[in-house]
Design a protein around this ligand. Structure first.
Ligand code: HEC
Length: 150
């Protein structure tokens, strides 16, 4: 099955958060994965690890535990990300970070790069109150998580 999420309009203003103002590219969801990187170039795993450790910026460790610094601060609301790179493919991890709601409509996990809902409507407003990661940030995070094999 292949569904296309539509391109968000260019020049969309998303407030002052990191990644704001970046043009959001469309992506194609194939099954439960996004096979193509959101941006060109390879993600940087070291930067991805730093982003995940940055609670203010990514919020990941508010909910997830894993092989990250400050384990005593990790949340327990979500699956432990230890070994996630062995459980899920790169494309599966990418869709989960981009838009977990695609798979679990009532999830508490923020959609970090969602451009459209199931009907293809633009969903820009929901980002205003949420952490915003750019496509390159997400590729860095994906590159890091795929290294977590054990
Ligand atoms: C508000 C809580 C919350 C935040 C913040 C959050 N997640 Fe999640 N995440 C979840 C929940 C809950 C699930 C499990 C799916 C579900 O049941 O909703 C999940 C699932 C996942 C999965 C799939 C794991 C698996 O084993 O299937 C990945 C990968 C993931 N999150 C990565 C991230 C990353 C990377 C960040 C930060 C950029 C993040 N999450 C931020 C709550 C969160």
């Amino acid at each position: 099955m292949m569904r296309v999420a539509f391109l968000a309009l260019m020049g969309l203003q998303l407030g002052a958060s990191p990644g704001a103002g970046e043009e959001r590219r469309s992506y194609v969801v194939t099954g439960d994965a996004i096979m193509q990187p959101l941006v060109g170039g390879k993600g940087d795993p070291a930067r991805g690890a730093a982003l995940i450790a940055d609670r203010q910026r990514s919020l990941c460790t508010l909910c997830h535990s894993g092989p990250f610094p400050d384990a005593h601060l990790h949340g327990t609301l979500a699956p432990d990300l230890t070994g996630v790179g062995a459980r899920l493919s790169e494309g599966q991890i990418r869709l989960r970070v981009v838009d977990m709601k695609w798979l679990v409509p009532n999830t508490i996990m923020p959609s970090y790069y969602r451009v459209a809902d199931e009907q293809g409507r633009r969903v820009a407003t929901v980002w205003r109150s949420k952490p915003i990661l750019g496509g390159a940030d997400i590729e860095d995070i994906v590159a890091y998580l795929t290294t977590l094999k054990g």
